[in-house]
Ligand binder design. Structure first.
Ligand code: FES
Ligand code: FES
Length: 153
C-alpha cells in the first residue's frame, strides 16, 4: 500500500509499484478525466501535474511519485483555471474533446510559470499534446484571452 496526494487529498493505492500513474488513476481510482491515448509517451493525452509540472502519467511509475502532489483535471482549480475554462467555452475550443483535459492541464502549468505567454510559448508548451481535431488555433486564442493579452471575441 502507498499513500498519494491527489487533488489535495491523501489516498491509499494498492497497485504494483511498477504501474504507470495513468492506470492507477483510471483503473484503481476510477478517475477517468485523464485520458489514455498511446500509452507510450507520444500523444500527451494522459497529462497531469506532478508537483507543478505537466507530466505524461503513462510514463510516471507509481514507485517514482513519492511525496509529490498530483493534480488531475478533476482537481484543477484556481482563478487562472476559471479564466481558461471561460475562454475555452466562449471560443468553443472543443471538438471531440478527447485531448482537452490534457490541453487544459498543460495550459494551466504554462500560465503558472509564465503568466503572459506569447503565441510561441503557447505553441511550444502544448505542441506535444496531439489534437487530432486540430483545435490548436482556438486553444492558442483561448490562452491569450485568458491571460488578458488579446481582446475577447
Ligand atoms: S497516453 Fe501517455 S503520452 Fe499517450
Ligand atoms: S478535440 Fe478532438 S482530439 Fe483534440
Amino acid at each position: 500500500m502507498r499513500r498519494l496526494n491527489i487533488n489535495g487529498k491523501t489516498v491509499e493505492v494498492h497497485s504494483d509499484p511498477a504501474t504507470p500513474l495513468l492506470w492507477v488513476l483510471r483503473c484503481e481510482l476510477k478517475m477517468t478525466g485523464t485520458k489514455f491515448g498511446c500509452g507510450v509517451g507520444i500523444c500527451g493525452a494522459c497529462t497531469v501535474h506532478v508537483g507543478k509540472e505537466a507530466k505524461r502519467s503513462c510514463q510516471e511509475k507509481l514507485s517514482a511519485i513519492g511525496a509529490q502532489s498530483i493534480t488531475t483535471i478533476e482537481g484543477l482549480q484556481g482563478p487562472h483555471v476559471r479564466a481558461l475554462k471561460e475562454a475555452w467555452a466562449r471560443i468553443d475550443v472543443v471538438q471531440c474533446g478527447y485531448c482537452q483535459s490534457a490541453q487544459l492541464m498543460a495550459a494551466s502549468a504554462l500560465i503558472q510559470r509564465n503568466p503572459n505567454p506569447s503565441s510561441k510559448d503557447i505553441d511550444c508548451a502544448l505542441r506535444g499534446i496531439i489534437c487530432r481535431c486540430g483545435t490548436y488555433p482556438r486553444i492558442r486564442q483561448a490562452i491569450l484571452e485568458a491571460t488578458g493579452q488579446v481582446k475577447r471575441t
